[in-house]
Design a protein around this ligand. Structure first.
Ligand SMILES: [Zn+2]
Length: 181
């Protein structure tokens, strides 16, 4: 039986120029690699980081110095908070536009703007170059729920009952507002 480290080694190739160790079986949409460990599908770069440096504290991200999501080379990885992760993306010009995949690379400021923007999700999806699902998750407080921003009630989400919206707002610690400037 191969160890997890052997599986990581066997499932990746070293890119000679950059020293990146690229995970071969990567998700098409996000570029991140996955590996099943103890029955769970996990990010390959996080598993690789843990094997090299030990457990990752809850809520922290493993970021890439090399800006290559499929890279699992431990020396290319560092621990960051969600904010550092997004700042990092901004610094490397992955943000804010140009990525059409469902994986959000938005800054916190953009997420705040999206929450406050009552245009239709399809329009927001286009103007922020993220998937409509990403917009909807942000709107419902399902992603970026560490951000305590007001959720706009005025138009969005039309289908949701006021009661449900209050729950959502309570869950993400946001004030519920009728309209935003
Ligand atoms: Zn790398």
């Amino acid at each position: 039986m191969r160890t997890v480290q052997q599986r990581l080694d066997d499932g990746s190739i070293v890119e000679a120029n950059t020293g990146c160790r690229l995970w071969i079986k990567c998700g098409k949409s996000t570029g991140y690699g996955f590996i099943v460990v103890n029955g769970k599908n996990r990010y390959a770069h996080r598993v690789s980081y843990e094997l090299a440096f030990g457990p990752i504290a809850k809520g922290l991200f493993v970021c890439h110095k090399c800006d290559t999501p499929s890279c699992i080379e431990p020396s290319h990885l560092f621990i960051g908070t969600a904010k550092e992760n997004s700042d990092d993306s901004v610094k490397k010009f992955r943000n804010p536009f140009g990525e059409k995949n469902g994986n959000s690379h938005l800054t916190e400021q953009q997420v705040i703007s999206i929450r406050a923007d009552d245009r239709h999700p399809a329009i927001l999806s286009r103007s922020y170059s993220v998937s409509r699902r990403t917009i909807e998750l942000i709107k419902r407080g399902k992603s970026w729920d560490h951000l305590t921003t007001p959720i706009c009630l005025k138009i969005w989400p039309r289908g949701l009952k006021a009661q449900r919206l209050k729950q959502v707002a309570a869950n993400v610690g946001s004030a519920l507002v009728d309209s935003l400037p």
